[in-house]
Ligand binder design. Structure first.
Ligand SMILES: *[C@@H]1O[C@H](CO)[C@@H](O)[C@H](O)[C@H]1NC(C)=O
Ligand SMILES: *[C@@H]1O[C@H](CO)[C@@H](O)[C@H](O)[C@H]1NC(C)=O
Ligand SMILES: *[C@@H]1O[C@H](CO)[C@@H](O)[C@H](O)[C@H]1NC(C)=O
Ligand SMILES: *[C@@H]1O[C@H](CO)[C@@H](O)[C@H](O)[C@H]1NC(C)=O
Ligand SMILES: *[C@@H]1O[C@H](CO)[C@@H](O)[C@H](O)[C@H]1NC(C)=O
Length: 419
């Protein structure tokens, strides 16, 4: 039979070919494919105009979720009569963050791009479940505490404390019961226009307060404080980061802020300290090929500093393997044995006994950054000195829940972050 002969030959040939193909594909898998992937990834992550990566950089194509937990003060009256504060965590109040960038220019020689951030926050009632941003919470009055610390600085605490009614208007109590939306974005109004016997101290304090970054000045010249409204607008800060076109492994490194490699926040003693050095990855852009040995510095403008994160473990997110990187238990320290990072000891916000102080482990003075008496810690005083935790009831730090981490897909460059 004629046909089967041909057929068997074809089979043989095709078998040979397929063996060759198999060998080739083995080689492809072992040798060629990773290089191909690597080249493809390297090509695709560079910030080149007109690419998908560039568009993603200009506008993160999905809203980022921004979650806020508030510690409600359960016993305000008892605290005033000397009892220990009892707090209860409420949240998350979830906001959608729409994040875009306005490019100001590129520098071919330095391989950098400069831009300004634009962020719009929108309350996400679906993700917030049964919580609404119109819920009321009781918190220590940030405006009163700020005003009093401010006036103490210029020796006017006594005068100012006699004028608090005129300065604070409707929010003249140590603890206030306010809507979450007013506390976070809409603002607490003070420094009203109407004349009073306290005109002079009021003017001084209100002028000083108006300079702070959490303040909005209203048309009638009164002021409005909120924790995050300053984030919900186009910012003025100019960032310059590397594009990774010349060397992809340097992609996304912050090079300067407002054209300087150093900020001016932490320079109480000497300029250009390690604390002021602008160094680290732009928050959503990392070089490809992450390994367990990689360490990152992340520069965060919210806290005006960079924080180093190291590999912790592998973790799956929706079935995809990721590497978890996290800051460790000594990341928020102001005093170090080697003195190099003592510059985070700002001694501006007054300590628990009203003194100028370096805060203990796990708590950092943010006044140089925010302009207002504010402290930074991990949630629930995680990794902080026991003194702080013992001072409040209702906190339960737990590494598994309260750690800040970054989850990076090690090969194809996607990430997930939880703060
Ligand atoms: C943020 O600002 C926009 C206007 O630019 C406003 O529509 C929006 O309500 C603000 N977001 C919040 C959470 O207040
Ligand atoms: C909201 O839901 C949580 C459980 O999901 C519940 O513990 C809480 O009491 C609810 N809050 C209100 C105000 O209904
Ligand atoms: C700090 O750094 C800037 C920018 O590199 C430089 O121009 C300036 O001279 C430095 N100042 C000091 C005191 O070292
Ligand atoms: C914590 O991380 C810092 C760098 O951010 C490092 O120098 C230090 O050795 C680490 N400490 C521990 C206990 O792992
Ligand atoms: C920080 O971590 C190190 C090593 O993991 C440990 O020896 C130390 O006790 C920890 N310190 C605190 C305050 O948790």
């Amino acid at each position: 039979m004629f046909f089967p002969r041909i057929r068997s030959k074809t089979v043989l040939i095709s078998l040979t070919i397929s063996i060759v193909l198999t060998v080739l594909s083995v080689i492809l898998i072992i040798r060629v494919f990773p290089d191909l992937i690597k080249n493809e990834i390297f090509k695709n992550v560079r910030l080149i105009r007109g690419t998908e990566q560039y568009d993603r950089f200009l506008e993160i194509p999905f809203p980022v979720s921004f979650k806020v937990f508030v510690f409600n003060v359960e016993n305000p009256n008892e605290i005033i009569s000397g009892q220990k504060p009892v707090v209860k965590e409420i949240g998350p109040f979830v906001y959608k963050l729409h994040w875009t960038k306005l490019v100001h220019g590129t520098n071919e020689d330095d391989d950098t791009i400069s831009y300004i951030d634009q962020q719009i926050y929108e309350f996400d009632s679906e993700a917030s479940g049964n919580l609404s941003d119109t819920n009321y919470v009781t918190v220590a009055n940030p405006v009163m505490l700020g005003i009093l610390q401010l006036s103490e600085k210029f020796g006017q605490a006594h005068t100012v404390s006699n004028c608090l009614t005129d300065i604070l208007d409707n929010i003249n109590t140590l603890f206030i019961n306010v809507k979450v939306k007013d506390l976070l974005f809409d603002g607490l109004k003070f420094c009203p226009r109407h004349l009073s016997l306290c005109e002079l101290p009021k003017n001084i304090v209100c002028k000083m307060a108006a300079q702070k970054k959490n303040m909005d000045k209203l048309e009638d010249d009164s002021l409005q404080f909120s924790f995050f409204n300053y984030k919900n607008k186009s910012h003025e800060t100019l960032y310059t980061i590397t594009r990774g076109i010349k060397d992809v492994l340097t992609l996304g490194q912050t090079v300067t802020i407002d054209n300087s490699p150093y900020t001016q926040f932490w320079n109480k003693l000497h300029k250009n300290s390690t604390c002021d050095l602008v160094k680290g990855s732009y928050i959503s852009l990392y070089p490809p090929q992450i390994s367990e040995e990689s360490t990152f510095k992340i520069y965060s403008t919210d806290v005006c500093r960079s924080v180093e994160i190291n590999f912790l473990k592998e973790k799956y997110y929706k079935g995809i393997k990721g590497y978890m990187f996290a800051p460790n238990n000594s990341s928020l320290r102001s005093k170090f044995a080697n003195k190099v990072e003592d510059c985070f000891c700002a001694e501006q916000t007054l300590g628990t006994h009203g003194e100028n102080t370096c805060f203990l482990d796990g708590v950092l003075d943010m006044q140089p950054c925010s302009g207002a008496p504010a402290l930074l810690s991990f949630p629930h005083f995680l990794w902080a000195d026991k003194i702080y935790l013992d001072g409040v009831n209702g906190l339960s730090p737990n590494e598994a829940i309260h750690k800040t981490y970054l989850l990076v897909e090690p090969v194809i460059y996607t990430f997930f972050m939880s703060i």
